[in-house]
Design a protein around this ligand. Structure first.
Ligand code: TXA
Ligand code: MG
Length: 335
């Protein structure tokens, strides 16, 4: 696939997406969480293109999207009562289950791991594409380390029309799925927080009569769980105390000098000339904040040099924890 700017200046229709996917090409598709860059799981070419287009390192595995529980079962070896209970409770929806992979899943998808992340997205277009083409491997469609797209236009802009995109409207959830690893029928861990909370998972399992324990998630992180991720194009600064613009600029200039140019392959932009600060107010509820967060981080005024978000929620506020997880990785500095 030669990437030609402006080849796809507008979105493509579902039929064209099915044709492209079935011929082994990658296509950006909507889900309820964020847009994904999808390829059929048996197209080595399409899978390689995903890593190339996103500039994603090959050690960071992809999630496989299914449209039925049977598909999920065929991709995994240790489908058990926990997988049964969580999938029937939360799918289609923003929950990814990491299970032992079957030989239907190749090493390119899992980066050589023996496990695979599987999810059934709750979006009619994604489900239609999977039903027509089979399981689709898809990471979020942003360039590596950057903010995930939650609108089709985000992708058209980010890649200057180089890649085909199906428009499914603004994403309902707005942040990436919760990832749960199923270790056995007694042990699970949370690899990435999301809108489905640990408490909701516990509740669903206990209602199904399943008792299991959580393995310490700090030791169990995803290969793609980077310190810096979701970074907008201009630096994001989070303040934990109210500060004047002048103080923020002074603090930024003195601290940014000590930051490296790159962290885990993600470039840290460090402009030195700061004239204008854009104060971004998050919506009041965690649901609305999640839905709007990435669009707000992308749509900053053209003349702004820094985005500043003041964080006033308690660190122990569970309802805001997945948003805090994204913000602290998106931030260049927390002041
Ligand atoms: O909501 C979502 O999950 C979106 C939509 C498109 O479905 N996808 C998404 O994919 O966020 P991505 O690639 O941006 O993030 C997936 C994360 C990565 O951090 C990756 O390392 C981790 O999942 N992951 C994938 N397979 C894994 C595995 N077998 N074991 C541990 N972590 C895994
Ligand atoms: Mg991502």
């Amino acid at each position: 696939m030669t990437l030609r700017p402006h080849q796809y200046e507008s979105c493509i229709q579902i039929d064209e997406a099915i044709f492209l996917l079935n011929s082994g090409q990658p296509v950006a598709i909507p889900t309820e969480t964020v847009y994904g860059l999808a390829s059929k799981i048996d197209s080595a070419y399409g899978l390689e293109q995903i890593f190339k287009i996103k500039a994603r390192p090959f050690f960071d595995p992809l999630i496989v999207h299914v449209s039925s529980i049977d598909q999920a079962k065929s991709l995994s070896l240790n489908w058990n009562c926990i997988a049964d209970s969580l999938s029937s409770h939360f799918w289609p929806g923003p929950l990814t289950l990491v299970l032992e992979k079957s030989n239907k899943v190749n090493d390119l998808i899992t980066s050589g791991l023996t496990s695979v992340g599987i999810r059934m997205p709750n979006h009619p277009i994604a489900l239609k594409l999977i039903s027509a083409c089979g399981p689709l491997a898809a990471p979020s469609a942003n360039k590596y380390g950057r903010t995930s797209p939650t609108r089709a236009t985000h992708i058209l802009e980010e890649y200057q029309g180089c890649i085909p995109v199906v428009d499914g409207g603004p994403c309902e959830i707005g942040i990436e799925s919760t990832i749960i690893k199923v270790h056995s029928d007694r042990e699970i861990s949370i690899l990435r927080p999301g809108m489905i909370s640990q408490m909701q998972v516990e509740l669903a399992l206990s209602r199904a009569g399943i008792t299991c324990s959580w393995i310490n998630s700090k030791k169990e992180i995803s290969p793609g769980s980077m310190k810096h991720h979701y970074m907008p194009s201009i630096p994001l600064i989070i303040t934990l105390k109210q500060k004047t613009d002048h103080d923020i600029i002074m603090n930024y200039l003195s601290e940014v000098a000590h930051l490296p140019n790159q962290v885990e392959g993600v470039t840290i932009h460090k402009p030195q000339n700061i004239n204008k600060i854009y104060r971004l107010l998050l919506p009041d509820t965690p649901q609305m904040a999640a839905r709007e967060l990435y669009a707000l981080l992308r749509h900053t005024p053209k003349d702004a040099d820094l985005i500043v978000i003041h964080w006033s929620h308690s660190p122990s506020d569970q309802a805001w924890s997945s948003i805090w997880d994204r913000l602290k990785r998106a931030a260049t500095l927390i002041l």
